[in-house]
Design a protein around this ligand. Structure first.
Ligand SMILES: *[C@@H]1O[C@H](CO)[C@@H](O)[C@H](O)[C@H]1NC(C)=O
Ligand SMILES: *[C@@H]1O[C@H](CO)[C@@H](O)[C@H](O)[C@H]1NC(C)=O
Ligand SMILES: *[C@@H]1O[C@H](CO)[C@@H](O)[C@H](O)[C@H]1NC(C)=O
Ligand SMILES: *[C@@H]1O[C@H](CO)[C@@H](O)[C@H](O)[C@H]1NC(C)=O
Ligand SMILES: *[C@@H]1O[C@H](CO)[C@@H](O)[C@H](O)[C@H]1NC(C)=O
Length: 484
């Protein structure tokens, strides 16, 4: 925009010089310049618009590229295709119920057969189900490691056939995928749905990516297809099924077919396949500053909160997500220089205190509380984990999300309580300032949605109260502010 203004100024200046040369009449020059500005103004504001001025420039840009104006993407433009199974629906349903919004989210759950009487009548709080088409005709092409690969790959096709009006994106998931719908819709809104997009993320585990493809969006993490890509894929899918009879799973068949269309994966780090085992708190405590989009495989890892079962633990995270859907797992880092403490907050999930000043480049590496899904080769992970240490300067005090104390007004206060005593002496390198007495961390955060601009939020240490509670405040970083 500033370029346009600068151009106008230049143009008017040139015009003025010209006119002054001809007539030397300043008054006339001003009148003409004013007229020019008026015309530019009218030209701009007569463009059709949905009235949302905040997105005006975005649309202006899109318009120049696609010669078409459209409104902001909202939840009604997204269709979810969920690959499920009647056999396991009873145990998977609680996962889908955490994110499905009856009569708001559009989509279908695909089952291999009619659900048993124990699941009927089908609740209106769950996504409507459909029975997948018979795949007998693909019998000789069914040499996949995953039993339901062909049926699952065809979920996009069968969903598209039934739901294709006013759709911008198809989001494909498994029945044990947990989505963060608001973040997903906001993220998709940043992409032009008129283009070909295949958006997802591969596995955390190098061996999984090596076995399938580094360019594959893992199906359990969920992935999005723009409408034109979905349409093209659907047209060719059945031929792709015959072309790729031996790939392991449905997501690899779909990826191969998408590659045949000349489209490659757009990586978004907020999709989480969770190809990990054990305690994944280290990973969830070091999320990059991008929207949290999905979690998967929670059946295969320990409950994400200590002393809760899997469903309770997931619902606990969702309590935080209900209050602020933009911040769950967003990492903020702050320091108390008086006692040489470092705080690492994973909003709505966990908090850690280190008794030494550690830089963000250290803290953004996940603590290796988990082990890999498969494979023993090195490197094991697509990221650089930090080994668990018993060094008092490196081992943090662990706190986990307890409750949202205050949700009204301009601030949200989330609380994190100590998991257990650390049982280590104080870090002597930085002055023996023990944090053993701290039992609770209160985190103040803005009651406005986090604006993802590719940067973490900043955080200030406030104080210790009653000797056992400490407070920090999350805020937008200042321009060029450095955290260290
Ligand atoms: C989504 O946007 C469309 C316009 O593209 C509008 O008609 C519809 O009401 C919006 N839906 C929601 C749920 O905001
Ligand atoms: C969804 O809408 C249908 C029909 O409009 C209604 O019967 C049903 O109760 C609604 N379901 C929920 C969970 O709101
Ligand atoms: C903090 O630690 C540094 C060394 O890491 C030390 O020089 C300094 O004295 C410590 N500050 C306090 C207040 O203990
Ligand atoms: C910290 O404590 C250790 C052991 O108790 C002691 O040797 C060391 O001198 C202390 N350091 C400081 C800076 O107080
Ligand atoms: C924290 O301190 C307060 C007041 O000093 C006390 O009442 C409370 O029991 C303490 N809590 C814990 C968990 O130690």
């Amino acid at each position: 925009m500033s370029a346009i203004v600068a151009w106008c100024e230049k143009f008017i200046q040139k015009l003025c010089t010209l006119l002054e040369k001809v007539r030397g009449d300043l008054c006339k020059t001003l009148v003409i310049a004013g007229l020019l500005l008026f015309i530019i103004y009218i030209f701009h504001y007569n463009q059709p618009s949905d009235g949302q001025s905040t997105n005006y420039f975005n649309k202006f840009l899109f318009e120049r590229h696609s010669k078409k104006i459209y409104t902001t993407t909202n939840i009604s433009h997204v269709v979810f295709g969920i690959a499920g199974s009647a056999n396991t629906w009873r145990v998977k349903r609680p996962y889908i119920d955490t994110w499905w919004r009856p009569n708001i989210t559009r989509g279908l759950l695909w089952l291999e057969r009619t659900p048993g009487a124990e699941n009927l009548p089908w609740p209106s709080s769950s996504p409507p189900f459909r029975i997948s088409e018979d795949i007998e005709k693909f019998k000789e092409y069914n040499r996949h490691g995953m039993r339901n690969a062909i049926r699952m790959a065809r979920v996009i096709l069968e969903t598209f056939r039934e739901m294709n009006k006013d759709v911008r994106w198809y989001v494909m998931t498994d029945d044990d995928t947990i989505l963060f719908v608001d973040n997903l819709v906001e993220l998709l809104g940043k992409y032009d749905h008129n283009k070909y997009y295949y958006i997802g993320e591969n596995s955390e585990c190098v061996a999984s990516n090596y076995d399938y493809s580094f360019q594959m969006a893992f199906g359990g993490a969920g992935y999005a297809l723009s409408f034109p890509l979905a349409k093209a894929l659907v047209k060719h899918l059945d031929h792709c099924l015959m072309r790729y009879p031996t790939l392991y799973g449905s997501d690899h068949i779909v990826q191969s077919c998408i590659a045949d269309l000349g489209v490659t994966l757009t990586h978004e780090q907020g999709f989480h396949q969770i190809d990990l085992h054990g305690d994944i708190s280290g990973k969830l405590s070091a999320h990059p500053p991008v929207p949290l989009l999905s979690l998967h495989h929670l059946d295969y890892v320990e409950p994400i909160f200590p002393s809760m079962n899997r469903y309770e633990a997931l619902n606990h995270l969702m309590e935080a997500a209900t209050v602020d859907s933009s911040r769950p797992l967003q990492q903020s880092i702050c320091y108390n220089k008086q006692s040489n403490w470092t705080f690492s907050i994973s909003w709505g999930y966990s908090a850690q205190i280190y008794e030494k000043i550690h830089p963000p480049s250290f803290l953004e590496r996940p603590l290796q509380t988990f082990y890999p899904w498969k494979g023993t080769g090195r490197p094991q992970y697509m990221f650089h984990p930090r080994p668990m240490s018993r060094d008092p300067c490196e081992a943090p005090h662990f706190f986990f999300f307890d409750l949202i104390e205050k949700a009204g007004g301009s601030e949200i206060i989330s609380n994190y309580v100590r998991r257990s005593p650390r049982m280590l002496p104080a870090c002597s390198q930085s002055g023996n300032h023990t944090a053993d007495m701290i039992m609770r961390i209160r985190v103040f955060s803005p009651a406005t949605r986090f604006n993802w601009i590719g940067r973490r939020e900043c955080c200030d240490y406030i104080r210790v109260i009653n000797k056992n509670v400490t407070e920090v405040k999350i805020r937008e970083c200042m321009k060029d502010e450095i955290v260290a």
